[in-house]
Structure formats: C-alpha cells, structure tokens
Design a protein around this ligand. Structure first.
Ligand code: HEM
Ligand code: HEM
Length: 476
C-alpha cells in the first residue's frame, strides 16, 4: 500500500517537475487556519492543518535547507520516546524524479534511531520539491496518522507536544524507507495548537517569511554529535593503529619486554573502554541494535583475542622468568598478536563504513601509511638506528643489541624471531629483557646494552629443583 501511494506521489511530483516552474510557485492555502512552527535560526519550518471532513487524517508541510541530510518533525511527544516521526530525505535519482522528496514515516521509542512505520499512508501534494535551496514536502496523511505504536495525537487539543531534528550537513540519498541515518546536528521541542487548525483541507504554507503561529518553542539545541560513537572511534584507532604496533616496535627494536608489557596493558585498557563505548553506541542505531553486524562481530573476536594475548603474554613471561621454557606459547603470542592488530585495523575501516562516514577511511589509510613509513625508517635506516643504539648505550633507558643473535652484525638490523635464531631452541629465551641484562652484568658484563652473543641458554637440570641453581633464585 505504501509503495502504491508512494508511486502516486512520484507521479504527482514528476508531473509537477515536467510542468516546470510550478515548484517555485506552489498553490498553497491561506496561513490563517494553520499552526506554524519555525526554529530559532529560521532553518526549519513546519505547518499543520486538520480537515473537518475525515477523522484520521491531517495535512502538513515541512521545509528545511537542502544542505542537511535529513529533516524530521515528531508529533505526540516532547521527547523522542513515543513520537510519530515525519522523516524527509532525498531519494536516489531515478532520472526525472531525482528531486522527489522522500517522506519516510517512522516511530521513535527512545533515544535511538526511529524505526520505519509502514502503516502511515499519505500522498504528496503540489508544492513538494526544491524551492530557494530548501527541501519542501507537502503531504496529506490518509491513514495511520493519529495513533501509532507507542503514541497518538489529539487533533482537538491546542496544547500538543512535538519535536524536530535536522541531520548532519551533508548530501544523503536513499531509496530505502528504513535507510540507516546519522545522528542529528540540531534538535528541539515545541508545543502546537491543533484544534485551531480545523477547517478546509489544504496543504499549509511555509516559506522564508513564516513565523510561529499557534506554536510555542520549548527547547532547541545546536551542533550535537554522537560523543559515544566518536570516542569509540578515537579509542579503537589509537589502540589498534597506534599503540599495539608501537608495542611491537618497542619489543623488536627497543628490546624492552617490560615496556612492551606496559604498553600492551595500556592498549588493553583502552580497547576495553572503546569496546564499552561501542556497545553503548550500538543501542543508538537500528543497524547496530541487533549486535550482529560484521563490524561488531569482528570487534568481539578482536577484543577476545586481545584479552587472550595479554593472558598468554603474562604466562609466557612468568615461565620465562622461572626458566621453565615458553614452549609453543611464543609463536602463538606472536601470531595471534599479528592477527589481532591486522583485524583491528581492518575493523576501523569497517567502522567508518558502518557509521556512514566512509570518507574518513581515506584519512585512516593516510595515517596507517604514514606510521608504516615512519616505523620502516626506524627499523631499516642504518644511520638512524645506530644513532638510537649509541644513545641507548649511553643509558637512555632502551637496551639495543650491539650485535644480534640472528647475526645481523654490530650495526644492528632486523632481528629475527629469537626462537628461530641459531643456538636457541623452541623453549629457549624468547626475547632479551632486563633480567638477562642484569644477569650479564652480574657475570661481569658492563655497559647498558645487551650483548646477545655473550648470552647462553642453560637447559634446566634435573639436580636443580627449579631448573637452575639456588643462588640464582636468591639473587633475583
Ligand atoms: C539517527 C537517529 C537518531 C538518534 C541516534 C537519536 C539519538 C538521540 C539521543 C542519544 C538523544 C539524547 C541526547 C542527549 O541526552 O544529549 C536524543 C535526543 C533528542 N532527539 Fe534524537 N535521535 C535520532 C533521531 C531523532 C529524530 C528523527 C528526532 C525528531 C523527530 C529527534 C529528536 C530528538 C529530541 C527532540 C531530543 C531531545 C529530547 C529527548 O531527550 O528526547 N531525534 N536523540
Ligand atoms: C577492533 C575493534 C573495533 C574498532 C577498531 C572499531 C572502530 C570503529 C570506528 C573507527 C567507527 C567509526 C565511528 C564514527 O565515525 O563515529 C566505529 C563505529 C561503530 N562501532 Fe566500532 N570498532 C570496534 C569494535 C566495535 C564493537 C565490538 C562494537 C559493538 C559491539 C562496535 C560498535 C560500533 C558501532 C555501533 C558503530 C557505529 C556508530 C555510528 O554509526 O556512529 N565497534 N567503530
């Protein structure tokens, strides 16, 4: 039925466009019998009339600047919950009908994107189109108009509650009546007298010169954005694109498991905050309220992987300190870590797509390329690397190898995974850390930098109760 009426509307609007010029001079009713609401900044206007003849219909006109993605009026409530939402946005262009407005009735049940309401039947009226850079929709609601799931309006009452909202300033087109929407940039509430508008059944007139008539503005707010969603993105990108790769860098180039652990722990906390914000944001939108979109599912897996990584990392370190050998934990830790960082970064791209802001993916790609270039420079640029090495030898806190177990030479270079290095088996020392350094110093080694070529791994001996001599435990 909705589709049928929509088609009638399309034909009406199409005929109007073909007639040419008519849109800018619509035939509209006398403004005396209507109630009109105009927002403080005059951007949005809404006119309402109730015809005498039938008992389930009304006429209305909505007008707002065309730079907004969508505009909406909600009837029957002073907040979102329980409002019948007269939602307007532009249809994807099928040739001549490209300027046809889309009126998409919805109902709201709380502080989240209103759901599509197919029982609302209407026909669009002359006057619908683009006038003076404003979208204008004039329509006659035929049924499902005065009561809806969760609310109703009393058309004889002169003190009815209503709300309005405008989407973000951007181009938005969709043929889907339940199309996913972005958060409002302006919203507010007002009171409207409906009883006084009873009379001839005509489309109300609204224009640049309209002023409040039979309405009383209540609350209006500007420039709202979805803070939870934005903070969710900030935390997640910081963790998966910056901090976690930095943790790898700290371990591989800085050779500091301690700071690696600290960094990865901070990342885990950040990811958990981002996760909580993601869950809270999910309640705002129809697209996310079922919690099963690919972005959300990948998010669960990545967060689970990250928690697992932390547990494995701690176990790995405990076993290493006890000289029990890390067994197969090291490659698991390394590979799960790589997968988590990769999937997490990919999920950031999916997140922007999910939030209907795919253009931010270009910025994200730019950040990733820049960070990759910087880390490659630090990893492979000999001069830069040896300068860092010199500084670390002078006691800057980071411990860089003068020579690598992989045989990369005294000038440094890429460190192979230690379990692959010659002389170390799968259960051997998985990384070089301060414990090993201090052992080296006890053995008479000087300097802040670790010399791996001098480290020897001693397999546990049966006559040592903890796999090493008691004095070694006492010293620690
Ligand atoms: C994408 C769709 C929408 C989402 C996610 C959304 C979400 C929200 C949220 C979270 C708030 C609370 C803001 C705060 O406490 O600061 C809010 C308030 C409000 N929204 Fe929406 N909204 C949407 C669409 C709409 C529409 C279509 C209208 C108007 C027809 C509207 C009108 C209002 C009004 C008047 C308020 C303030 C009154 C109240 O607390 O309910 N919203 N919205
Ligand atoms: C690796 C994990 C994740 C990353 C890197 C990530 C990243 C992002 C990013 C960058 C956005 C765009 C936000 C915006 O532009 O405002 C986003 C949106 C979103 N994310 Fe995530 N996210 C992750 C996990 C999750 C999880 C687990 C959930 C919930 C179960 C979730 C729910 C959402 C929702 C609902 C949006 C859409 C918000 C909107 O439309 O404004 N995300 N995410």
């Amino acid at each position: 039925m909705w589709a049928g009426l929509s088609r009638i509307g399309s034909v009406a609007a199409g005929a109007l466009l073909l007639a040419g010029g008519l849109l800018s001079n619509p035939v509209l009713a006398d403004t005396d019998g209507q109630s009109t609401f105009v927002t403080e900044d005059k951007s949005m206007a809404f006119g309402f009339t109730v015809p005498d003849i039938k008992d389930d219909d009304f006429f209305f006109t909505i007008r707002f600047p065309k730079e907004y993605a969508w505009g909406a009026i909600g009837l029957g409530s002073e907040d979102m919950d329980g409002a019948l939402v007269l939602m307007v946005y532009v249809r994807s262009p099928p040739f001549l009908l490209r300027h046809k407005r889309h009126l998409l009735p919805r109902y709201a049940r709380g502080h989240y994107e209103p759901a599509y309401y197919p029982n609302f039947e209407y026909r669009t009226l002359p006057g619908t189109g683009v006038t003076d850079n404003h979208f204008v929709v004039s329509a006659h609601c035929l049924s499902g108009c005065r009561s809806w799931p969760g609310g109703y309006i009393d058309v004889s009452d002169d003190n009815q509650k209503a709300i309005f909202a405008l989407g973000p300033k951007e181009t938005f087109r969709s043929n889907d009546p339940a199309a996913p929407l972005r958060y409002h940039s302006r919203y507010g509430s007002f009171k409207i007298a409906l009883g006084r508008t009873r009379g001839a059944g005509d489309a109300p007139e609204v224009s640049d010169g309209s002023s409040n008539q039979g309405t009383e503005p209540h609350m209006q707010r500007n420039g709202r954005w979805d803070p939870k969603s934005t903070m969710h993105a900030v935390f997640m990108i910081l963790v998966f694109v910056v901090l976690l790769p930095l943790g790898v860098f700290i371990l591989r180039i800085g050779n500091s498991p301690k700071w690696h652990a600290v960094n990865q722990f901070i990342s885990l906390l950040g990811a958990l905050v981002g996760f909580a914000l993601g869950i809270l944001t999910s309640f705002h939108y129809q697209r996310s309220r079922k919690f099963v979109s690919s972005h959300q599912v990948i998010g669960y897996l990545v967060i689970a992987g990250l928690i697992g990584q932390f547990v494995v990392g701690v176990m790995h370190h405990i076993r290493y300190r006890r000289r029990e050998g890390t067994g197969k934990l090291t490659p698991v830790h390394v590979w799960v870590g790589r997968i988590v960082i990769f999937l997490g970064s990919i999920n950031a791209f999916l997140g922007f797509q999910f939030a209907l802001v795919s253009m931010y993916n270009l910025i994200l790609a730019g950040i990733i390329i820049l960070l990759t270039a910087v880390s490659c420079l630090f990893t492979f640029h000999q001069g830069l690397r040896s300068r860092i090495l010199r500084r670390s030898s002078a006691g800057s806190g980071f411990a860089f190898p003068k020579s690598s177990a992989s045989g990369a030479g005294a000038s440094g270079g890429f460190n192979r995974e230690p379990w692959r290095s010659s002389g170390l088996d799968d259960d051997a020392v998985p990384y070089r850390d301060s414990t090993v350094d201090s052992t080296a110093k006890r053995g008479g080694g000087g300097g802040g930098a670790t010399d791996l070529s001098r480290q020897e791994y001693s397999p546990p001996r049966a006559d040592w109760p903890h796999g090493r001599p008691c004095h070694a435990r006492e010293e620690q």
